[in-house]
Design a binder for this molecule. Structure first.
Ligand SMILES: N[C@@H](CCC(=O)N[C@@H](CS)C(=O)NCC(=O)O)C(=O)O
Length: 236
């Protein structure tokens, strides 16, 4: 059976990683059987989670994993027009390559309180003797990445202004539809749910979360997907 390597569940959400949550949501939306392998990124094929193993092959990165799932199992985007597919790609990039960085900043850099909550959730599986060293080393690495990306060069209020613009774009794009492209879930919904639940549904406080919680359609969207696809096994 297909194996999904991701962080262990925490915070009563499917996964604290938007990308792991995206892949698991895709698997559930598509009804593909899988086995969970709670893991840490050290030793992962590209040093990041998620990755999958299937029929002797290891595939890393949520985008390549979903390409594989589309080819070998079920393509949730099959019914989309070329224009919808283009919009799907553009919004996934907004989520994963832009809004993601403001989210990352809120966890690893914004406040000490958020960092402690994030640290506890990620590094708790490690033996106490190496936990703090690994956490502090990873924190420095991620802060360098946030600076390298450019997000880390802005003031906190500027970072959250940019993130709020992304949330506004998502609110308008979803409108009052059940999913971004109507009645059926697609890859974009797996991606959007993965990141949005990690902004509005987790214990990391920030202006981004406050802003997201004012968008009723996004709040209901996240809640409905969680109820529909995950509620029975939130304690795994
Ligand atoms: N583009 C990748 C991003 C994956 C990613 O950034 N994973 C993070 C967790 S959210 C990770 O494992 N980071 C570990 C590290 O950078 O050391 C995907 O779509 O899967």
């Amino acid at each position: 059976m297909l194996k999904l390597y991701q962080f262990k569940r925490t915070w009563s959400i499917p996964n604290l990683s938007p990308f792991c949550c995206k892949v698991e949501t895709y698997l559930r939306m598509a009804g593909i059987p899988y086995e969970l392998k709670p893991s840490l990124p050290f030793g992962a094929p590209k040093g990041k989670l998620p990755y999958i193993e299937d029929n002797g092959a290891a595939i890393a990165d949520s985008r390549f994993i979903i390409d594989y799932l589309k080819t070998h199992y079920t393509d949730l985007d099959q019914g989309l027009t070329a224009t919808e597919l283009a919009t799907s790609t553009a919004l996934q990039r907004l989520l994963e390559e832009h809004l993601f960085w403001a989210t990352l900043y809120s966890r690893w850099q914004y406040t000490e309180e958020n960092w402690q909550i994030n640290k506890q959730a990620i590094f708790e599986p490690l033996p106490p003797i190496i936990r703090d060293i690994a956490a502090n080393r990873t924190r420095k690495k991620i802060q360098r990445q946030i600076y390298g990306h450019g997000t880390g060069r802005h003031q906190p209020e500027e970072i959250f202004t940019l993130g709020k613009q992304d949330i506004d774009a998502l609110t308008v794009s979803l409108g009052d539809q059940p999913y971004f492209f109507g009645d059926k879930p697609t890859t974009l919904d797996a991606s959007a749910f993965g990141l949005l639940i990690n902004i509005i549904g987790c214990p990391i406080e920030s202006p981004l979360k406050e802003h997201g919680l004012t968008k009723q359609n996004l709040v209901q969207y996240v809640d409905k997907i969680k109820q529909r696809y995950f509620i029975s096994d939130m304690n795994q």
